[in-house]
Design a protein around this ligand. Structure first.
Ligand SMILES: *Cc1c(COP(=O)(O)O)cnc(C)c1O
Length: 367
């Protein structure tokens, strides 16, 4: 461990920082033409052409002004799209910023939040910074989330990614409603992947009925806009008001605000790309089955799968040598599996070609 003691000076940062393990993002290879990057659940298709149009006509002189401090036009658009008021919406520099803000506003040292295992690892990274404890509640063998287990922790808040990160498992809306009916703490439903599951599964429909619910969304995945860092949350006005008081001023920059608005306004494009990704996901699932993998049912833009002929680590390394980057988590219940983001049709074909080659006759024996 690296300690930053300077001679003659006291420790300058909080002691607990020494033991933090920060969030580990997927490996970012230099992107030349032959690299296939399917390790961070990025969308393989470009953002809406409306974004290109907007940027082409953008007057750079506008950048000398501060952005709208509250992202008000964006809040109004998002509110209108969900039949809600802009006062029920807050925008952030990616949903990661909103997650950090939630911890800052709703929890303090010594509190506990509960979350399923496995899930998005960023929740724990943020909790650790402010010494909030995380109670992990193991999912079932097939990764179904144990809602009663989450309630039983007695935690002050519950974080659920739906569809869940790493697994792609979708919790039906009815289960979320049941959870809200018997739990009074804060419930955060992180819907980073909900567009791939279908809007009918969104907990946004429950806003209004449950003032302890926060629904998180991002433009990173389904809108192909990881690069601009825009996420938002929808919740009761009183919660949004509290969060607004603690947020950085100008937390969403001007370009990101207007790009996000352009992309959100192009719903037909969203539907087309989501359909393409879902079609490729279904095809990849079939083909992985044929290659002898166990594939977990996913409602997101990735598949979690378990190989049987070779170890997940071997396959990961083989693919990496071919410049195909998938995700391998060296953690309990995941180290024998791979998480593969859905690429373009060509990328999926290329992945399958390399897998068939590597697994060779072993694979044929399984079909
Ligand atoms: C990708 C992801 C995020 C982060 O989204 P950003 O808006 O890019 O910060 C949040 N939650 C989950 C579950 C994710 O997979």
């Amino acid at each position: 461990m690296l300690h930053c003691y300077l001679e003659g000076l006291p420790l300058l940062y909080r002691k607990s920082v020494d033991t933090l393990s920060p969030y580990v993002p997927g490996f970012q290879p230099a992107m030349d033409g032959s690299v296939i990057k399917i390790n961070s659940n990025e969308n393989p298709y470009p953002p809406s052409p409306k974004v290109k149009e907007l940027l082409g006509g953008f007057d750079f002189r506008q950048l000398r002004y501060y952005p709208d401090a509250t992202s008000q036009p964006l809040r109004e658009l998002i509110g209108a799209q969900h039949g809600l008021s802009s006062r029920q919406v807050l925008c952030g520099n990616g949903s990661d910023e909103v997650i950090s803000l939630i911890f800052k506003v709703f929890f303090e040292q010594g509190d506990t939040v509960a979350t399923p295992y496995p899930t998005y690892t960023f929740y724990k990274s943020v909790a650790d910074i402010i010494n909030v404890k995380v109670a992990f509640v193991d999912t079932a063998e097939d990764f179904v989330i144990d809602l009663q287990g989450l309630v039983n922790t007695g935690a002050k808040g519950i974080f659920i990614a739906n569809p869940n990160a790493q697994t792609g498992r979708l919790l039906p809306l009815q289960s979320i409603e049941e959870l809200l009916n018997r739990y009074n703490g804060l419930v955060v439903i992180d819907e980073a992947y909900i567009d791939f599951a279908g809007q009918q599964s969104s907990a946004v429909h429950l806003i209004g009925a449950y003032p302890n619910l926060i629904v998180l969304r991002t433009l990173s995945k389904s809108y192909s806009l990881c690069g601009i860092r825009v996420g938002f949350c929808i919740a009761d006005e009183s919660l949004i008001h509290a969060m607004d008081k603690c947020r950085d001023s100008y937390n969403v920059n001007h370009l990101s605000q207007i790009i996000a608005a352009a992309a959100l306004s192009d719903q037909p494009y969203l539907e087309t790309t989501v359909e393409r990704v879902v079609r490729s996901r279904d095809k990849l699932e079939d083909e992985l089955h044929k290659l002898g993998f166990t594939v977990y049912p996913s409602h997101a833009n990735f598949l979690l799968c378990k190989p049987h002929q070779r170890s997940a680590a071997d396959i990961y390394n083989y693919l990496k040598a071919q410049q195909i980057y998938v995700r391998h988590f060296d953690s309990p219940r995941l180290s024998d599996k791979l998480r593969i983001s859905i690429g373009t049709e060509e990328e999926v074909e290329s992945l399958l070609r390399h897998l068939r080659q590597y697994l060779g006759s072993d694979a044929a024996a399984h079909t």
